[in-house]
Design a protein around this ligand. Structure first.
Ligand code: C2E
Ligand code: MG
Ligand code: MG
Ligand code: MG
Length: 271
């Protein structure tokens, strides 16, 4: 009897595992089709300067509405894409589309910068630098209008720190940001060596502002540390006015979050 129970439990586990693997395989195939047929789209979230209260940039965030599963989060499909060459296709598409969009908006007088997220797999690709250069030229954008965001955990891998791609991007004049700061283990010395422009405080810390003394202490010290090495500090995930006012008092430079503006399709954001 125990044997039967054990076995059925094993089979139950197996079925769950198989389902998850099947979903992944299906999603990967569907993602490939979606990229090929241009069914992914981009949402833009405003970034506000806290000294002027003006929108100074937009962050481009990929969106995928699956015909059956509905919206699939980039936190699920980006890692899938990273497992294959798909991430480079996706990244190239994203780069072209968003620079083109921003070029059009700038021609119409909207002076905002563009922020794009990069995965390490893209930094491994030597063709990235020319792709960035071409996209900017085609859109008529100065390199300084583009900021590439790389998560702290990805950036701190040695090979990325030393990568020629990162150096070449810097030489091109595009700006670099460390994303989700506080979730990795970088030191002040490493930060300084990176010659970044911007540091984005992970939203888990912003989330605790006004509710947790620890969160406030952490945000305070991240801002002090970033300013000491002359980085612009952006707080992400601002969801209410109290958090915004605290960030202002703490000397944070810029902020983004649902309270300031949700990620929207370009035609709605600039309606
Ligand atoms: P991220 O770069 O840190 O982007 C910020 C995420 O926080 C976005 O999630 C955004 O929608 C969400 N967010 C913004 N404001 C708020 C808020 O007030 N409250 C809460 N709870 N969330 C907020 P999203 O769009 O789901 O993207 C998740 C992650 O996926 C991004 O994190 C980024 O790492 C990655 N990602 C998105 N698009 C791309 C892309 O084109 N390429 C790459 N490589 N990664 C991407
Ligand atoms: Mg980002
Ligand atoms: Mg982030
Ligand atoms: Mg994040």
């Amino acid at each position: 009897q125990a044997k039967t129970r054990g076995r059925s439990r094993y089979e139950f586990f197996d079925v769950g595992l198989r389902r998850r693997m099947q979903r992944r395989l299906r999603l990967e195939q569907d993602l490939r089709d979606a990229v090929r047929h241009g069914r992914l789209w981009t949402a833009y979230q405003p970034v506000v300067d806290l000294s002027t209260d003006r929108v100074v940039a937009v962050e481009a965030l990929l969106r995928w509405n699956h015909p059956i599963h509905g919206p699939v989060s980039p936190t699920e499909f980006i890692p899938l894409a990273e497992e294959s060459d798909l991430i480079n296709l996706l990244g190239a598409h994203m780069l072209r589309e968003t620079t083109r969009e921003l070029g059009i908006r700038r021609e119409r007088g909207t002076e905002v910068d563009l922020k794009i997220n990069l995965s390490t797999r893209q930094l491994d690709d030597p063709a990235l630098v020319t792709a960035v250069e071409h996209a900017l030229a085609a859109a008529g954008l100065p390199p300084s209008a583009l900021c590439l965001e790389i998560t702290e955990s990805a950036l701190m891998r040695d090979f990325v720190l030393a990568s020629e791609t990162l150096t070449a991007l810097r030489e091109l004049g595009v700006r670099l940001a460390i994303d989700d700061f506080g979730t990795g283990y970088s030191s002040l010395a490493q930060l300084q060596r990176l010659t970044l422009d911007t540091l984005k405080i992970d939203r888990s810390f912003v989330n605790g502002l006004g509710r947790s003394r620890d969160a406030e202490a952490i945000v305070t010290s991240i801002i002090a540390m970033a300013h000491a090495v002359e980085l612009t500090v952006v707080a992400e995930g601002v969801e209410n006015g109290e958090q915004l006012e605290l960030l202002r008092e703490l000397g944070c430079d810029q902020a983004q979050g649902y309270y300031l503006g949700r990620p929207l399709p370009a035609r709605e954001l600039w309606a």
